[in-house]
Ligand binder design. Sequence first.
Ligand SMILES: [Cu+2]
Length: 456
Amino acid sequence: MSTRRDFLFKAGFAALASGLVHKSALAALPEVAVMDHAGTQAPVAPTQGRPYNPVVTLNGWTLPFRMNQGVKEFHLVAEPVVREIAPGMNARLWGYNGQSPGPTIEAVEGDRVRLFVTNRLPEVTTIHWHGQRLPNGMDGVAGLTQPAIPPGQTYVYEFTLRRSGTFMYHPHADEMTQMAMGMMGMFIVHPKDPAFMPVDRDFCFLLNSYDIDPGSYTPRVNTMLDFNIWTFNSRAFPGIDPLVCRHGDRVRIRVGNLTMTNHPIHLHGHEFEVTGTDGGWTRPESRWPEVTTDIAVGQMRAIEFDATEEGDWAFHCHKSHHTMNAMGHNVPTMIGVEQDGIAEKISSLIPDYMVMGDKGMHDMAAMEMPLPDNTLPMMTGFGQFGPIGMGGMFTTVKIRKGLAPGNYKDPGDYKQPKGSRAYVWKGRALPEPRRAKTAATAPTVTVRKPSGHSDH
Ligand SMILES: [Cu+2]
């Protein structure tokens, strides 16, 4: 009974031992599409099947499909990849089809999909189709709904897409390791009726995080919370592309969170509404205006707004440590510390010693310090008016008049109309503020002890 299975099982391991999956074994499968760079792919309109308005995956791409007797066939290959997190830093991750996150899967409500999953990892995996309604045996939970996919083998998932919306995919086998290594992707199901909640621009990306020591390439997979690289689609600012919109466009941004903590995602200059969750589209009467929406672990939010204000608008996680990169989260706070004397003494031991942090940390954004190989400065990125001093989960929504509908190219810095920028006060000096004229007495010092008791 199990001869064929046993044969495939052994063949799989033999293929792994020889370092590749034999071509003839993949002959009947859809061709494996592979991406070799981390840029944003322009939207891909479907040439077969039902029509839809394609999404734009931020620093990502959409997986091509083929039609096979009315079934949409996709081929994902789980494999080790090298992902450029930002110029100057590459990470050795696990992903799909050459990148992490994997390519976005796009299909239409009502479609029958057949998803081939080939495992080229050194350990077992599965794919769970997060949020989808499907037969239990297609849910991708190793041990619970199917045997795990051994290295070298290909499994087939097949189901009908019962509702439109935003979904994710990720392994449900050794997920602590595999998600810490970057195995995840988005799954967009477009509505059957193209007139349902139409938008002009439809972006999507995942929130992810890594713990990669400066100078190293592979994430620590046992880290629970203390990650040092916070990313949109495995890219950190200034490596994240801007979201380019035409003035007046209706814009949707779909964000999924597969990190280990929540992210309050904040848009400048506009109000938006949450129009979708991973559970479906929100009812119009349930929506309210926001400028920040918190996205919990395992959640997805689709936000929509009218791009009515021209400019370069910051769009970022509001946890300030998540808009920074590695290097320096553990440095002591030096604000108010008089370092001049110390600097002289240390300079005799370390010739290039620099005093920093005594007036705050902004100077670090402009400083070009020598860094270990393969890491990113903590605060970085330059705008037209100087250092931005950001990293991690930060990018811009660039709204311009007169862009062509399919144009997602970075339009460069926004030219602000004359007289519309914050300016230096050059008028009369302000009068001294009136302060109480009580005699200076010794200030009360409160000593806070680690035990929580305080003495005066
Ligand atoms: Cu965050």
